[in-house]
Every structure is written in structure tokens, then in C-alpha cells.
Design a protein around this ligand. Structure first.
Ligand code: TPP
Ligand code: MG
Length: 891
């Protein structure tokens, strides 16, 4: 149990040590900290010169960073605040317990908020601003599963009713319900940030703070002292997303960002670092990255003991004990702490001789001491030049009697009478007996000092939080002229759909009305997409400007960075880029300014890589355009298995608020983007867009008359067969660049086999399916009314023959509309892993080239009795198809 003391930590000559320390104290006093740092650097250098290994130490003793003499007195009415806090504790607990009594197994968490209450309440009473003049207030990322505490406070504030609390986790009943966790999708006037998927809060909040600076530096919002506060669990810090972007916060000097890690030493199953110390580990990690670290470990009642500790044994003991020990100290009570902690050394045992076991048991941890927390936050607010993390030590299940500090506390959901009694005594809370017995919500009358105080504090701080309040739209979508350039088709050299999109983006950036609101985001891939001209024309955002002469300074389109740059070049971080996209795509709600982000990335590194961040974007009611570049399993020559995406559209279909499109031609992209801006930003519809972009160059034809509605709904007839007296008829669906293969197949079928093929551009199977499902549902629920017809069936009405649907994605994408085209439908798609080869070979391998499309049409005609089967089999040979070749799906 005891940590081994190394030789280094044993003081072999205390007198000599004292002399050195005295000398140091004198320099601190006379010359200040710069001189001390200088001397320490010199000493380190000299020691190294003499062959001494001097380790880099990023941790300090296991005590508070802020010393007692640096502290200020608590500015609030502590007694009153304690009563308010007890009321939030009660209501948070009662609400979970009540619901589980009434609906066993509905879930909820008590012990997390029990550990967090002081950390939040000090914030609510003294720090969290609801507004800054006419500007929105602080942005607060709450620990997701502490939501009952946030609801409880809103209840005391009168913002939620008793009915709300009684409907916690009952969202689908009569009357308003409360969502389990923070979800703007479910409570759009309340929650701002979805945080409960561990790790999303930290990465999203770092980029939120960076985006705030971006808006300020570009003059889109005034600079305010607004902060981003992020409350995190210590277990949550295990997630790579939690720590993966902490360097960004330092590089960007984000002193508008404060992390508070609720170090209750436990996660769901047990200790976070039983064999270590999470606070020390995080201190090292954050300080090593350049963060300002404030440890808030011990409450005020320890100050006296630390002052009495002239031997240094108490600090030594604090350093030695492991988190596993500290957890037991809280779970096992005062006598145990006296024996196992203080009892380890005679000097420390003596320190508590005059204390009872109960007094020892109730020695506070820093995160439960309002004064210590206040001072930590104050220092965080005052810190300039970089981000701050407050590491606050707390007790999981604080105040829950025998569940305090227990491994099982996370799952504790019900209160028994004993616990209620204990709780009332411990927190001296004036809940009436009947409320206590039923575990009912309790709010003192508005005239009570508690409620009056709470309102007054929020008034001083500019309003209530959390609150989500989107400003009215400031966007007028571009008119049809945006599409004009693309209406007449392309000229040599013909572009890819990616190039066509970049051209469109360029036009949007130049648009006098919305140009400045466009936010292009790329993760080190701009050259891949031919966007490098934007570096010069709109500059890359760099908070400190460009302080070097770029290598390509003498060329016109050089790598230009600027403080007011518009392009967000994120480097190789799809997670970070997605987080930035989230900040930009929710700016309409959080800053009151419409920003229109276009995040373009390698499509393979989108949904499957950062899918949970995309899900959170949807939950946040984010708006913007995701653009999966180099999409499709066959348009990207040579790159192979890890790069060729044939499933992002399928993954996109799983996100309820995404409109996903797979366009082929420039005019289709222009139509979709223009309408997207109109729907998302002008009409304020809650959706966002995913568009695939390809890198194959081909001619873009003129826009067919009247195709706009179909482009948006998901399908339109691109070209009708002109074949006179055909032997049979088929319909060919094509999407993305595979539409060009369908067009070639139309020619093959007509010229070689006298089969008339109409070609259809399917811009969105997802949209077609959703519409058809909606119509089906209506028909199901209205059996006595005339049935409605889904759009996909309407447009195909009167057409003849089989339908061959090909795309550069797996067949399941095309299959989305199969139920409405039963019997006629054949899907061709790129199932299986990607391969390294050229486009021609890839399309033959995946059976999505023109020959395969034509072959599939003939084969299906033969099965339907409309074409001679023997001729169909022969045709496959003529088309170069080997019927015995391996199936790409399993190859
Ligand atoms: C990505 C993800 N994985 C797992 C979970 C399930 N989960 C919810 S709370 C929790 C433990 C959290 O521990 P900690 O962060 O220390 O919070 P505490 O309750 O101790 O304050 C886990 C694993 C989750 N919400 N998100
Ligand atoms: Mg924890």
C-alpha cells in the first residue's frame, strides 16, 4: 500500500536544504519570479553539464495550487448559498429516485451531480454570465450525466416546473418531459451542447473557443470577456478526444477556455487510477502541454493541519497515498482515516489527536469547498495568454451515506428512508416531511431568501443558463443566378464535380451578401481538392497572423495566413475539423450570427472516422455542408482499401437530420447548395447536408429544363431514349460519376442490342426513401383515405422495363428504394474492400462500368422474358464480362 520512497525524496541533510531554501525565499522576495526562474534554469544547466540527470517535472505536490495567503475571502452569502445548493442536491436526487420508484429501470444518475454540486453552484452564483451587454453569455459544456443537477437548479429558478421534474426521462408522455442528458435536439430552448458521449465536450469546446476568436478576429462579433467552460469527468479524460486537442488550446492562446475536471477518482466500474493519482497525471499532461493548471484538492479545514505540519510529513503522506487509498478513506469513515492515513507516521497521527473521528471524516475535499472553488475559478478567469484547467478533487456520491465513494455508487438510483434522513441532517435542509417521504420536488416560496438570492445573482450575472436562443435569420439565400454559370454545361478542359464545387464555393465567397459568412474548412487537403487559390484570395485564419516569409511568397497564389483569414486549415485532424464545423454550424444559436460552414474532406475519413461527432452535430441542430471529396470506391485511382469510400452515403442515411446527395453534374451541385442555404439559413429548418464529390473529369452537360425539383427530391430523367422501334425498354439509374457509365450503357444498349434505355440521375436515394416512408406511413395510418403515391413511383409512372441502379457506393445505398420498385429493380454497387488499380479496372471489378450496367439490363430483361436468355448470356461475353469472375463483395 505504501509507495516506495526513492533515495531522491529522502532529505539526507535538512540543514543544508534549509539554507538553500532560505536563499531562494530571499531572491523571491527581493528580485521576483523572473529572476528565480532564471537562476533555476542556470542551476539545471550546470547540473546537466556536470552529468546529473535532471528530470523534467511537470507535477507539483499533492496540495492546492493556490496558497492560503493568495486566497480572497468568499464574496457571497455562504450560508444562503449552501442552502440553495442543498436544495439543488435534493431536487436532483429526488427526481431520479422518484422516477425509478415509479418506473423501475428508467435510469438516471445521482452520484455524479452529488460530486459536482459545489463546482457548478459556485459558477452559477458568481461566474457564469448569462449575457454580456447585448451579447450572448458564456458557453457551458455540462458533464452530461450530471443533468439532474442542472434541471434541479432551473426548477428552483422557476424555469422548469414540478411537472417537468416528474417527467424526467419521460419525454413521450403528456406534458413536457426532460431528456436524460443534454440534447439540444430534444430540448431546443434549454441545452446548447450535447456532451454525454464522453470526450465530445472537450474537443468541441476547444474548437468552440478557437471559433469564438475567429469570429472576433474577423470582426463578425465584438470581443467580449465571454468564456467557454467545460465540465468533465476524470474518467472521461481517458477518451482520446478529451486530450487529443489540448495542444490546440495552447497554440491558439485560448484564455477564453476553462476546463474543470471533476476528479471524484471514480468512473463507472471503479477507480479511475486506483494505482496512481489522476490529478497528478492530468496535471503533468496539461502543464506539459502549456496549460495553466490549478489544483483544488483540499478544503479549508485542511489548512490548519497543513500549517501545523512543520515536519512536512503530511504533504509527504498526501503525495504517497494512491487514489485507491483516497477512495477507501471516503468510503470507510473517520476511524479508518485516522488509522490508515494519519496513522502512518507519528507526526501526522499527532496532527489529528484533538479531532474526533467524525471531524476527521468530514474534512472536506477542495471541490466541495466553495471558498477554494471560488478562488480556483477566479484565478482561471484572471489568467491571460492560454487555457486553464481546474483539477478539483471531489467525492463521488457525496452526501449519499453509505454510497459515498463506493464502486457501485454510479449505478445508485434510489433513495431509502435512511438515506433521506441522513441527507436532511447532513445538509440541514428544510424539506417538509411529506416531500421528503415521497422524494418529491421541493421549492421554497418565491419570497424565501434562498429564491430571492438565487434570482438576484442571476440578474447580476446577466440571465439564466443554460439557454439556447437562436437569433432570427440574417441570411438571404443567393438567387437563381448562382446556378446560371452551370446551366450551359462545361467547356474543355472539363472539370470533376469537386472542381465544379470549388468554383461554386468561390462564387459564394464573393457573394456581397453572404460571402463573409461562408466558412471553408479543410483538414490539410485543400490541394487535393484544388482549393489552394483560396489561400491567397481569402487567407488562412491564423490568430497570430503570418510571422514568417512563406516559401512560395513570390508566386501569386502563395500560402497566406492572416489574423482575419477566412479559411480554416485545420491540419490533419478530422476530429478537430468536425469540432470546428460544429462551432461554425451552431454559431446562429450560440453567437446570434449565421455562419455557413463548408467542411470538405476525404470522404473515407468522415462518417466512419468521426461519426459520433457528426451525430453530436445533428443533435446540436447544426447547419452546414459536409463534402465528402474523392468519394466513391472507383473514382480514386490507385489509393486502395483505406481510401476508397463506398459506404459514407449509407452511414449518412443513419443520421435523421442529414440530407445526403450523390450528385454527378455541376448544375446539380449548384441547385442543391443554393436550396440548402435557403432551407437551413433563410428558413431556419433544422437539417444539414452531405454531398459526395468525385475527382473524375468529364463533360458536364447543360441543365435539363425542369429538372430542379427532381434534383432536390432525389431523381429526374436525364435523358430519354430516342430509339425507334426498340426490342425492349429499360430504365438506368446512375449517381455520382457512375451516372456517366449509365449514359454510356444507354448507347451500348441502343446501338448493339436495340434496347431503349432512359437514363435517370438519382441525386439522393436517402431523400427518396425518406419521402416514400413518410407516404407509406400516412397511408398506413389513414386506411380509409385514398392512398398517396411516393415520389419515386410518381416519376416512374408509365415507364417500362427493368430498372438497373448503379452507383459508386455499395448496393445497400441503391436498395433504399427497392421496396417501391419491386420486381423491376437491380442494384449494382461497389460492395467489398477497395483495391489499388485504375478506374477502368476498378469499375470492371466492382461491376459498375457501362458494360456491367448494359449486361445487367439484358440479363434482367431475359429473366423477365423480354429478351432471349441465350443472347443475353452471349452478350455478357461480347461486353467483356466473365460470369465466373470473383465477387468483389468477398474478394
Ligand atoms: C463514449 C462513451 N463511452 C461510455 C459511456 C458510458 N458512461 C457514462 S458515465 C461513465 C463513467 C463516467 O465517469 P467519469 O467521467 O469519471 O464521471 P463521474 O460520473 O465519475 O463524474 C461511462 C463509462 C459514455 N457515456 N460515452
Ligand atoms: Mg469520475
Amino acid at each position: 500500500m505504501h509507495q516506495q520512497l526513492t533515495e531522491r525524496s529522502v532529505d539526507l541533510d535538512p540543514r543544508e536544504t534549509a539554507e538553500w531554501l532560505e536563499a531562494l525565499d530571499q531572491i523571491v522576495e527581493e528580485a521576483g519570479s523572473d529572476r528565480v526562474n532564471f537562476l533555476l534554469d542556470k542551476l539545471t544547466e550546470r547540473a546537466r553539464d556536470n552529468g546529473v540527470t535532471v528530470p523534467i517535472r511537470t507535477t507539483t505536490d499533492y496540495i492546492n495550487t493556490i496558497t492560503v495567503d493568495e486566497e480572497v475571502a468568499y464574496p457571497g452569502d455562504r450560508a444562503l448559498e449552501r442552502r440553495i445548493k442543498s436544495l439543488t442536491r435534493w431536487n436532483a436526487m429526488a427526481m431520479v429516485s422518484h422516477q425509478n420508484k415509479y418506473d423501475d429501470g428508467i435510469g438516471g444518475h445521482i452520484s455524479t451531480y452529488a460530486s459536482l454540486a459545489t463546482l457548478l453552484e459556485v459558477g452559477f452564483n458568481h461566474f457564469f454570465r448569462g449575457s454580456y451587454g447585448d451579447q450572448p453569455g458564456d458557453l457551458i459544456y455540462f458533464q452530461g450525466h450530471a443533468s439532474p443537477g442542472v434541471y434541479a437548479r432551473a426548477f428552483l429558478e422557476g424555469r422548469l416546473t414540478e411537472e417537468h421534474l416528474n417527467n424526467f426521462r419521460h419525454e413521450l408522455r403528456e406534458g413536457p418531459g426532460l431528456s436524460s442528458y443534454p440534447h439540444p435536439w430534444l430540448m431546443k430552448d434549454f441545452w446548447q451542447f450535447p456532451t454525454v458521449s464522453m470526450g465530445l465536450g472537450p474537443i468541441n469546446s476547444i474548437y468552440q473557443a478557437r471559433f469564438m476568436r475567429y469570429l472576433e478576429n474577423r470582426g463578425l462579433i465584438p470581443a467580449t470577456p465571454r468564456k467557454v467552460w467545460t465540465f468533465l469527468g476524470d474518467g472521461e479524460m481517458d477518451e482520446p478526444e478529451s486530450t487529443g486537442a489540448i495542444g490546440v488550446a495552447v497554440r491558439e492562446k485560448l484564455d477564453n477556455l476553462i476546463f474543470v475536471v471533476n476528479c471524484n477518482l471514480q468512473r463507472l466500474d471503479g477507480p479511475v487510477r486506483g494505482n496512481g493519482k489522476i490529478i497528478q497525471e492530468l496535471e503533468g499532461l496539461f502543464r506539459g502541454s502549456g496549460w495553466n493548471v490549478i489544483k483544488c484538492i483540499w478544503g479549508c479545514d485542511w489548512d490548519r493541519l497543513l500549517q501545523k505540519d512543520t515536519s512536512g510529513r503530511l504533504v509527504q503522506l498526501m503525495n504517497e497515498c494512491l487514489d485507491g487509498d483516497y477512495q477507501s478513506f471516503k468510503a470507510r469513515g473517520g476511524a479508518y482515516v485516522r488509522k490508515e492515513f494519519f496513522g502512518r507516521y507519528p507526526e501526522t497521527a499527532q496532527l489529528v489527536e484533538d479531532m474526533t473521528d467524525d471531524e476527521i471524516a468530514s474534512l472536506h475535499r477542495g471541490g466541495h469547498d466553495a471558498r477554494k472553488v471560488y478562488n480556483a475559478y477566479k484565478a482561471a478567469m484572471e489568467h491571460k495568454g492560454g487555457p486553464t484547467v481546474v483539477l478539483a478533487k471531489t467525492v463521488k456520491g457525496y452526501g449519499l451515506g453509505k454510497f459515498e465513494g463506493r464502486n457501485s455508487t454510479h449505478q445508485q438510483k434510489k433513495l431509502n428512508e435512511e438515506m433521506v434522513a441522513l441527507f436532511r441532517t447532513r445538509f440541514e435542509i428544510a424539506i417538509p416531511d411529506d416531500a421528503a417521504r415521497d422524494g418529491a420536488p421541493f421549492r421554497p416560496p418565491d419570497s424565501s431568501p434562498e429564491i430571492a438570492y438565487l434570482h438576484e445573482r442571476r440578474r447580476v450575472l446577466g440571465g439564466y443558463l443554460p439557454v439556447r436562443k437562436p437569433a432570427p435569420s440574417q441570411t438571404k439565400a443567393p438567387g437563381p443566378e448562382l446556378i446560371d454559370e452551370f446551366r450551359n454545361g462545361s467547356k474543355e478542359p472539363h472539370p470533376s464535380s469537386t472542381m465544379a464545387f470549388v468554383r461554386l464555393l468561390g462564387k459564394l465567397l464573393k457573394n456581397p451578401e453572404i460571402g463573409k459568412r461562408i466558412v471553408p474548412i479543410v483538414p490539410d487537403e485543400a490541394r487535393t481538392f484544388g482549393m489552394e487559390a483560396m489561400f491567397r484570395s481569402h487567407s488562412i485564419y491564423a490568430s497570430g497572423g503570418q510571422n514568417y516569409k512563406p516559401e512560395d511568397a513570390d508566386v501569386l497564389l502563395y500560402y497566406k495566413e492572416a489574423k482575419d483569414g477566412q479559411v480554416l486549415e485545420e491540419g490533419i485532424t478530422e476530429g478537430g475539423s468536425m469540432a470546428e464545423f460544429t462551432a461554425a454550424g451552431t454559431a446562429y444559436a450560440n453567437y446570434g450570427v449565421d455562419m455557413i460552414p463548408f467542411y470538405i474532406y476525404y470522404s473515407m475519413f468522415g462518417f466512419q472516422r468521426v461519426g459520433d461527432l457528426i451525430w453530436a452535430f445533428a443533435d446540436s441542430r447544426g447547419k452546414g455542408f459536409l463534402l465528402g471529396g474523392t468519394s466513391g470506391r472507383t473514382t480514386l485511382n490507385g489509393e486502395g482499401l483505406q481510401h476508397q469510400d463506398g459506404h459514407s452515403l449509407l452511414l449518412a442515411s443513419t443520421v435523421p437530420s442529414i440530407a445526403a446527395y450523390d450528385p454527378c453534374f455541376a448544375y446539380e451541385i449548384a441547385v442543391i447548395v443554393r436550396d440548402g442555404i435557403r432551407r437551413m439559413f433563410e428558413n431556419r429548418e433544422d437539417l444539414f447536408y452531405y454531398l459526395t464529390l468525385y475527382n473524375e473529369n468529364y463533360p458536364h452537360p447543360p441543365m435539363p429544363e425542369g429538372s430542379e425539383e427532381g434534383i432536390l427530391k432525389g431523381i429526374y430523367r436525364f435523358s430519354k431514349s430516342g430509339l425507334a422501334k426498340p426490342k425492349a425498354r429499360v430504365q438506368l439509374f446512375g449517381s455520382g460519376s457512375i451516372l456517366t457509365e449509365a449514359i454510356k450503357a444507354q448507347t451500348i444498349l441502343g446501338e448493339k442490342y436495340s434496347v431503349a434505355a432512359d437514363v435517370w440521375s438519382v441525386t439522393s436515394y436517402n431523400e427518396l426513401r425518406r419521402e416514400a416512408l413518410k407516404v407509406d406511413r400516412w397511408n398506413r395510418l389513414h386506411p380509409a383515405e385514398p392512398a398517396k403515391v411516393p415520389y419515386i413511383q410518381q416519376v416512374l409512372e408509365g415507364t417500362e422495363g427493368p430498372i438497373v441502379a448503379a452507383s459508386d457506393s455499395m448496393k445497400a445505398v441503391q436498395d433504399q428504394v427497392a421496396p417501391w420498385l419491386a420486381g423491376r429493380y437491380v442494384a449494382l454497387g461497389t460492395d467489398g474492400f477497395g483495391r489499388s488499380d485504375d478506374r477502368e479496372h476498378l469499375r470492371a471489378h466492382f461491376e459498375v462500368n457501362a458494360a456491367s450496367i448494359a449486361g445487367a439490363a439484358l440479363s434482367k430483361l431475359a429473366r423477365d422474358g423480354k429478351f432471349d436468355p441465350k443472347k443475353a448470356a452471349k452478350a455478357l461475353g461480347e461486353l467483356g464480362i466473365n460470369p465466373e469472375k470473383p465477387d468483389s463483395a468477398t474478394a
